[in-house]
Design a protein around this ligand. Structure first.
Ligand SMILES: N[C@@H](CCC(=O)N[C@@H](CS)C(=O)NCC(=O)O)C(=O)O
Length: 204
């Protein structure tokens, strides 16, 4: 299997963390693209990933899987242990719920706040400053909400580390500062990030 990735990009990093948690990083050849040099916009890469995004997983028979979560779900089905998407019906629902809530309430506004306002994104995004600033404002409200939610728990979706934590911690680690916000202002989130990111899978 080949994973098309990029060293400074959070989405493929989630797959790399997932592979490390499963202990199967050595099963995959990593091909790093330089997004700054627009290596993901070349006709060669578009033939692999028509959406011009990383990650993309290429199987040995040539089949391509796009989308971070689809890739991780495929890997979970191939390598079920340790389980990261839930075992019992209620745990599966809880992980999916928190993954979706974190994605739409926290990650998406942080991502649009960054993509639509940051000068580095001007080549990659059709920027709309007003929209970006409104999304950043939403993100600030969400950071307060999640700072309260995480105060009473160690992991976002229950008693143990799951895919929802990979989504939440990588999103916060990358996107908070890119919105010119300081995670130290959110004490509980900061403690949570420090605790989760001390796992060996998060160390580069
Ligand atoms: N929904 C996709 C998003 C992938 C994505 O946006 N990847 C970013 C890097 S983190 C990218 O390739 N950006 C290039 C661009 O926006 O042109 C997924 O979850 O895999």
């Amino acid at each position: 299997m080949k994973l098309y990735s990029s060293k400074l990009a959070p989405s493929p990093l989630k797959v790399v963390i997932f592979l490390k948690e499963k202990g199967i990083l050595d099963q995959v050849e990593i091909v790093n693209l330089d997004l700054g040099k627009l290596e993901h916009k070349t006709p060669e890469y578009k033939a692999i990933a028509p959406n011009s995004r990383v990650p993309a997983l290429q199987l040995d028979d040539g089949t391509i899987i796009l989308e971070t979560t689809a890739i991780c779900r495929y890997l979970e089905a191939l390598y079920p242990e340790p389980n990261l998407f839930g075992e019992s019906p209620i745990e599966i629902a809880s992980i999916e719920m928190w993954y979706s809530r974190v994605t739409y309430e926290l990650m998406v506004p942080l991502m649009h706040g960054f993509r639509h306002t940051h000068p580095h994104m001007s080549q990659m995004e059709n920027q709309n400053q007003e929209y970006g600033l409104a999304q950043r404002e939403l993100a600030v409200k969400s950071l307060d909400t999640y700072n309260n939610i995480i105060a009473s728990r160690e992991y976002i979706a229950g008693e143990r580390f799951t895919y929802a934590d990979i989504q939440m911690v990588t999103s916060l680690q990358f996107l908070v500062r890119l919105n010119r916000l300081d995670i130290q202002d959110y004490e509980n989130l900061n403690d949570y990030i420090n605790q989760v990111s001390s796992r060996p899978s998060f160390l580069v």
